[in-house]
Design a protein around this ligand. Structure first.
Ligand code: CAA
Length: 387
């Protein structure tokens, strides 16, 4: 076993770290306060290849591997988790699924636009009545009589980047009697007739990553914009989420790293009872546990990224590795951010420092792309084979 990163992995890590320090960290708190979408930095990230890290250069991406993607996500999310969210949806949920299941024409059109940062992508699975029970969707797609297009009527909620996304991967039922096997994936263009954006969600954290409802009314989707075959949609959705969860695990590691670094610095400087608080055993115990959970999260995340790379060669799955990484890293990030607030005392509760933002941002990693409860279910099902 070799823990050494390749030259390319070190290069993307350093590039993401420099960009995050110089261009994201200085504006993170301002965008968190306003809730405005950080379009300028996202477009710059696209120019640098950060919106399509695993996308081959032929489709406008950086052509790197999943470990490189996870490392870059950690760096960006340490500066600002909201930028990390937007980056993860473009990379994992949008580009990844089209690369795997799309036609050459779809890759040239949709992947290129999002990987280069010219357009923003989104992933529309969740509906008002179906979050964790993703197969229980009501959105309908009906093939037209002449077989040229589908007529889609859909209502999707909690769509990350929805207010600004031009293109979406959207899931709808084509065969209502077939359950999960009756779901089909479609590529949607927000500029076509029948596409409407609904209310924007006011959120606790990742506030600069805009989230809204989407409604499609008699939207005509050309058959060439169907992703994969009819009835394959649920498996496409699940496979895409397997990869997406590695990105969210990496995001959680980034948030946890930022919270940990701030705590070490504060423990070195802040004095109480005539000493630096870092010399008190109760603070030392917190820092030791934080660092250990942080490293374990990072290792699980990189292991999952490696498993995805192996699966690409063998055709196997990496579902459990992705779920374990997301489960552990997200719960650790929440715990580490909680400890960081405690170590900072009153300053941890103040908006003058970023620690309270890490605390708010960490929470979403336990919820989106499958709650911790869903990850536990996926991991246990994988072990027992029982449903
Ligand atoms: N890869 C490929 N196929 C898979 C799969 C995977 N990871 N998981 C399941 N499948 C297949 C199954 O093999 C089965 O196929 P067959 O019909 O051939 O047997 C089919 O899909 C149905 O599987 P299940 O019966 O296991 O499905 P289920 O209804 O019990 O649900 C679940 C499984 C794991 C709970 C799933 O619904 C799930 O992951 N729920 C969470 C949804 C989620 O993560 N939502 C996040 C929304 S997106 C988001 O958050 C984005 C954002 O904002 C950033």
């Amino acid at each position: 076993m070799d823990f050494k990163l390749t030259d390319e992995q070190q290069m993307i890590q350093a590039a993401a770290r420099d960009f995050a320090r110089d261009e994201i960290a200085p504006v993170a708190s301002e965008f968190d306060a306003s809730g405005e979408f950080p379009l300028a930095t996202i477009q710059r990230m696209g120019e640098l290849g950060l919106m399509g890290i695993e996308v081959p250069e032929a489709y406008g991406g950086a052509g790197l591997d999943t470990i490189g993607y996870a490392l870059a996500m950690m760096e960006v999310s340490a500066a600002d988790a909201a930028h990390g969210t937007i980056m993860s949806v473009n990379n994992s949920l949008f580009c990844n699924g089209i690369l795997k299941h799309g036609t050459e024409e779809q890759k040239q059109k949709y992947v290129r636009a999002v990987a280069t940062g010219e357009e923003i992508g989104a992933y529309a699975l969740t509906e008002p009545q179906s979050g964790s029970d993703a197969a229980n969707m009501r959105s309908r797609a009906v093939l037209s009589d002449d077989g040229s297009h589908y007529v889609i009527n859909a209502r999707k909620s909690w769509i990350t980047s929805g207010p600004v996304a031009r293109y979406l991967v959207l899931f709808a039922v084509t065969d209502p009697d077939a359950g999960a096997r009756g779901v089909t994936a479609f590529l949607i263009d927000a500029e076509r007739d029948g596409y409407h954006r609904g209310k924007t969600e006011p959120k606790l954290g990742i506030r600069a990553s805009a989230t809204c409802e989407i409604e499609l009314t008699d939207y005509k989707c050309p058959v060439k914009d169907r992703l994969g075959e009819e009835g394959q949609g649920f498996k496409i959705a699940m496979g895409v989420l397997d990869a997406g969860r590695i990105g969210i695990a990496a995001q959680a590691v980034g948030i946890a790293q930022a919270a940990f670094d701030a705590s070490v610095e504060y423990a070195r400087e802040r004095k109480a009872f005539g000493k630096e608080i870092g010399s008190f055993q109760m603070i030392q115990a917190k820092l030791a546990d934080m660092r250990t959970r942080l490293d374990a999260s990072r290792l699980l995340t990189l292991r999952a990224a490696w498993a995805k790379m192996q699966a690409a060669e063998t055709g196997g799955r990496f579902t459990a590795e992705g779920s374990m990484a997301k489960l552990f890293a997200s719960e650790s990030a929440m715990w580490i951010a909680h400890q960081a607030v405690q170590i900072h005392g009153g300053m941890g509760y103040s908006k003058e420092m970023p620690v309270e933002r890490y605390f708010r941002d960490a929470k979403i990693t336990e919820i989106y792309e499958g709650t911790s409860e869903i990850q536990r279910m996926v991991i246990a099902r994988n072990e027992t084979g029982l449903r």
